[in-house]
Design a protein around this ligand. Structure first.
Ligand code: KIV
Ligand code: ZN
Length: 563
């Protein structure tokens, strides 16, 4: 028992026993609002400079955001100037609304209106903190005192908008009871309703009520209950757009967002990859792609996720962790053997069944849908199994190793991983393959070979003749034989070189393109003296010679103690 935990006051959830959200589904995209350039930027060690903010803004527009919070222009001269540069430089498309944040304080609101002059579409987003804790320790005010701040702010916002009528700017309003989730719900409803009334909200001209989970305080279901409770109790509900603004203190920002959408939220504020104060804001990329994998169009375009991540990392100087959903460098990589095997089988199944659906175990999304089709999905380390090495040989080098051969090559790769103690790159896997199967010419190598067919009168079957020279530990042995096919003919010749005790088990072949060159690959499995089974591989332009080389590869491997 650790008594240290007793200093924390457990969260008191709102009571909503007849909640309906658990039975709902997310069926359409919410309105997305990026707060990267405000909440995200404000949390950076080095906030973005003008160039970086402009580049980031363009990215957000390209991704499809129609509402973008661009800053807190009354907070600093830099923020003010960046906003002016966006407006005066005509960077804001007509269908994009910029949003500016301001505390509900008179001089700051006035400065904010000055800062947005000339913009086409603007959301004035004002806020004050309403939570029990902030009222007690920061503002030292009762509920009425907090309502007075919000209502005075709303009054001024409305007055300044009306005074600017005819300027060509379309104003909309957003009010945030900051620290909403730490606020008594009836009080949150009351203050928001009074703000709506003061602003003159109507169904045609609704106010955005943004309900922040400023600091995550409890499990995501409690936030969803608060959202459903709020929506049910808000008078004139149609005159409001319900927005959520989750943070990630407990690591459940994505879950809070998804459950709050079930609970009726219509709009989501967040950032790319969850940048933002402390543990960050909600990661919009994850929520949007989660929707995508459920067949719901998120109406944001993340089809080039690496490009998005590169710009994000360059501008913010933050790093997207390797295991971040969808965007992390390792998000689509499987090291474990059983996972690699299942992915491999999933690919095969899709190829063979021509299924129109994505049905690959361990990959919740097709990497190609986020522009990552070329990366190695399967990587090889000591945890990887037989399927992984075969996958690399197939996908990277075009060798379709027969199933029976997977364990044999897998074991070779495993030994090398254990020896090096690190991951093997695909080229290293190929080098191992060549060393083990293709470049093995001791003790036996063919120095000359010829096949020819002889028709047999009265029979449809031909006789195949083989003649060649075998190099055996440096000396040359001439061979001459015949059989009912090239493999049989060559096998029959082996005895002349003193090679005894091998029998043929399986054979497969395919063509392989290496650059402009096309070759045949033959995989031969033999039973060696003593009964052990062993594979050999041969490549040549001519399939007969490839087969002969495959036989010698298997024999050489056995003679060299490879099994
Ligand atoms: O997290 C928060 O509560 C905020 C508000 C200013 C909306 O960022
Ligand atoms: Zn925030």
């Amino acid at each position: 028992m650790n008594p240290g935990c007793k200093k924390y006051i457990p969260f008191t959830p709102v009571s909503l026993p007849d909640r309906t959200w658990p039975d709902k589904k997310i069926e359409k995209a919410p309105v997305w609002c990026s707060v990267d350039l405000r909440d995200g930027n404000q949390a950076l060690v080095t906030p973005m400079n003008l160039q970086e903010k402009l580049e980031y803004f363009k990215l957000l527009v390209e991704l499809g955001f129609k509402e973008i919070e661009v800053g807190f222009p009354s907070a600093s001269e830099t923020e003010y100037e960046i906003l002016r540069a966006l407006i005066d430089g005509h960077y804001i498309p007509d269908d994009v609304t910029i949003q500016v944040l301001v505390q509900a304080r008179e001089h700051l609101i006035r400065k904010t209106f000055e800062a947005v002059r000339g913009a086409k579409n603007v959301i004035i987003h004002f806020y004050n903190s309403t939570s029990t804790l902030q009222r007690k320790v920061v503002f030292k005010k009762d509920m009425q005192g907090i309502i007075d701040i919000a209502v005075a702010g709303a009054k001024l916002v409305r007055e300044l908008t009306e005074a600017d009528a005819g300027s060509g700017t379309n104003y909309r309003y957003e009010y945030s009871p900051e620290s909403f989730s730490g606020t008594e719900m009836d009080f949150a409803v009351d203050i928001c309703h009074q703000v709506m009334e003061t602003l003159g909200a109507t169904k045609e001209n609704p106010v955005i009520l943004n309900l922040p989970n400023t600091v995550e305080m409890c499990t995501p279901n409690t936030y969803a209950d608060q959202i459903e409770y709020f929506i049910r109790h808000l008078p004139n509900r149609e005159a409001a757009i319900i927005s959520v603004h989750p943070h990630n203190d407990r690591g459940t920002g994505v879950a809070c967002t998804e459950l709050s959408l079930l609970a009726g939220a219509e709009r989501v504020e967040g950032t790319l990859f969850g940048n933002g104060e402390r543990t960050g804001n909600l990661d919009i990329v994850t929520v949007a792609l989660n929707m995508f994998t459920q067949g719901v169009d998120p109406e944001l375009d993340f089809s080039h996720i690496d490009h998005v991540r590169d710009i994000y990392e360059r501008c913010t100087k933050m790093h997207v962790p390797e295991r971040w959903p969808y965007a992390g460098k390792l998000a689509f990589t499987a090291f474990s053997g059983s996972h690699q095997d299942a992915i491999n089988k999933g690919h095969e199944y899709m190829r063979e069944s021509k299924s129109p659906y994505w049905e690959i175990p361990y990959l919740p999304i097709d990497p190609a849908d986020v522009g990552r089709e070329y990366e190695p999905v399967i990587r090889i380390n000591s945890q990887s199994g037989k399927g992984g090495a075969a996958f690399i040989m197939d996908h990277n080098f075009g060798y379709h190793l027969p199933k029976l051969m997977h364990p044999e090559f897998g074991a070779v790769v495993q030994v090398e991983c254990d020896r090096t103690g690190r991951e093997l790159q695909p080229d290293e896997v190929f080098e191992l393959f060549k060393r083990e199967f293709l470049n093995i010419s001791e003790p036996y190598a063919l120095s000359r070979a010829k096949f020819y067919e002889e028709a047999v009168a009265g029979s449809s079957a031909n006789i195949t003749h083989f003649s060649g020279v075998l190099s055996v530990r440096g000396s040359f042995v001439p061979l001459e034989s015949r059989g009912n096919g090239p493999i049989d003919a060559f096998f029959n010749a082996l005895g002349q070189a003193g090679i005894e005790g091998y029998s043929f088990i399986t054979y497969s072949e395919h063509a392989i393109s290496m650059g402009s060159d096309s070759q045949a690959v033959a995989y031969i499995q033999l039973r060696a003296p003593g009964g052990r089974r062993i594979f050999g591989v041969g490549t040549e332009h001519n399939i007969n010679f490839a087969s002969v080389k495959g036989i010698l590869s298997a024999i050489n491997r056995f003679e060299n103690g490879k099994l």
